[in-house]
Design a protein around this ligand. Structure first.
Ligand SMILES: Cc1cc2nc3c(=O)[nH]c(=O)nc-3n(C[C@H](O)[C@H](O)[C@H](O)COP(=O)(O)OP(=O)(O)OC[C@H]3O[C@@H](n4cnc5c(N)ncnc54)[C@H](O)[C@@H]3O)c2cc1C
Length: 407
């Protein structure tokens, strides 16, 4: 069959869920194998939803930076953190943001052989076919399920939750780089900080953010606080351009064997569904980029072989992050909510290369020892009690079930 005449229900690969992970996979498969006929199935009206996906420049390798560069909407060469009682700290680590609408447009343009099916809910997803809500059946030797985090999973979680407004200010706001944590604000609901990304001289994203054990979310309260912060900074809002909110998973402990045994080994997963996220931030851009590279360079593109690639990647990330989960237990289980800001402030007094390696998930043994050395911000007896992952399960036991999707 010549191009343009092929059967529109048969593909070489079907990506279920048009979110971050599957869009990067489509991008990389197109780069490496432009001949492949790909389909991406998204239940929403457009790929990607409504997100600002950010990452530290040092989270990804130079090779990944090269291919991600065209997808980056905003780029800064430094970032800042602010804590009460210590000098504001500007870090010379670059920061990058990918806007979901820009990513969707770039993917549509770049992936010439990609059929984009939006407003298409996948009802039945199998290793060789996908049935949509309207009864359409699509088939392919490779199907990847990237429909976001599962509601029920064997993870003991805390949460990073936030509410953000992208605003246009009446006069220039005066910020030149991201302030990824301004923790000088009043503390509430665990560890609270405001995150700001200056996009242009008059446009800035302001996000009221919490590290909390409670996934509950009162959007109107957070919106008021976000507006109050803008007010405090003297930013008069000319226009709200966009609103975004999220509840990201912070893992304290989990059972990866049970996760993969429950999911089964025939259908490959991607993104949060495959537990590919940073344990302490819930961020997933670097992991999504790495998985996209692994899949695009795989020798065989079948569900069985890619399922093995994904599971290996997921398990590698899980073991790399055992230490991050310990830190999370110290922050959430060991520290009282009111002590969390001191734990974070102490972390940000460490050397910049160590901080970079922390976010990149590449801590050395010396880094791990360094983070825990010195005068602890919480009593040692409490710290020792949370070394065992089991303590995390006690901590989350009895908590009400999640009422909204993670991610
Ligand atoms: C507002 C927000 C901001 C975030 N900011 C950052 C950040 O700055 N940096 C970072 O690294 N991480 C960030 N995250 C966290 C994480 O990286 C994102 O959640 C990321 O989008 C996860 O990627 P994913 O591909 O696993 O899932 P998603 O991007 O959520 O994609 C899943 C897709 O599947 C679709 N879907 C679900 N069910 C079906 C179905 N039955 N049929 C068809 N489609 C379906 C959904 O509509 C969705 O589009 C953010 C999360 C949120 C919510």
């Amino acid at each position: 069959m010549t191009e343009g005449q092929w059967d529109r229900s048969r593909y070489d690969a079907i990506l279920v869920g048009g979110g971050l992970a599957n869009q990067l996979i489509a991008w990389r498969l197109t780069d490496r194998r432009p001949d492949l006929r790909l389909a991406i199935v998204e239940r929403g009206p457009e790929l990607g939803g409504n997100h600002t996906w950010s990452f530290h420049a040092t989270d990804i390798s130079p090779a990944q930076s090269r291919w991600i560069e065209p997808l980056v909407t905003y780029s800064w060469d430094r970032q800042e953190v602010r804590f009460p009682g210590q000098p504001d700290r500007v870090l010379g680590t670059g920061y990058r943001s990918v806007l979901s609408d820009k990513l969707a447009a770039a993917v549509r343009e770049h992936c010439a052989n990609l059929a984009v099916l939006t407003n298409a809910s996948a009802e039945d997803v199998r290793p060789d076919r996908v049935t949509l809500a309207d009864g359409t059946v699509l088939s392919a030797p490779l199907v990847i399920d990237g429909r976001g985090a599962l509601r029920e999973q064997p993870l003991a979680l805390a949460f990073q939750k936030f509410y953000g407004l992208e605003i246009e200010t009446e006069t220039p706001h005066g910020e030149t780089h991201p302030v990824i944590m301004d923790a000088t604000v009043a503390q509430a609901d665990g560890y609270r900080f405001v995150y700001t990304l200056p996009m242009t001289a008059n446009r800035i994203l302001v996000e009221d953010t919490y590290y909390s054990e409670d996934p509950g979310f009162e959007a109107d309260v957070l919106e008021r606080r976000t507006r109050a912060y803008a007010d405090l900074k003297g930013w008069r809002i000319a226009k709200v351009v966009r609103q975004e909110q999220g509840i990201l998973p912070i893992s304290l402990a989990g059972d990866i064997d049970r996760h993969w045994a429950t999911l089964g080994r025939e259908l490959p997963r991607a993104g949060l569904r495959a537990w590919l996220f940073h344990a302490t931030t819930g961020y997933s851009v670097p992991y999504a980029a790495r998985l996209a590279d692994r899949i695009a360079t795989a020798r065989e593109l079948t569900s069985a072989s890619i399922a093995a690639v994904v599971e290996a990647e997921s398990r590698a990330v899980w073991s790399e992050q055992a230490y991050m989960r310990l830190i999370n237990r110290l922050l959430f289980v060991g520290a009282k909510p009111s002590e969390r800001v001191a734990v974070m402030a102490r972390f940000y007094r460490l050397g910049e290369p160590l901080i970079q390696r922390f976010y990149a998930g590449q801590l050395t043994l010396a880094d791990k020892a360094r983070i825990l050395s010195g005068r602890p911000p919480i009593p040692i007896s409490r710290g020792l009690r949370v070394i065992a992952p089991e303590r995390a399960w006690d901590f989350v036991a009895g908590r009400p079930a999640l009422t909204s999707d993670l991610g």
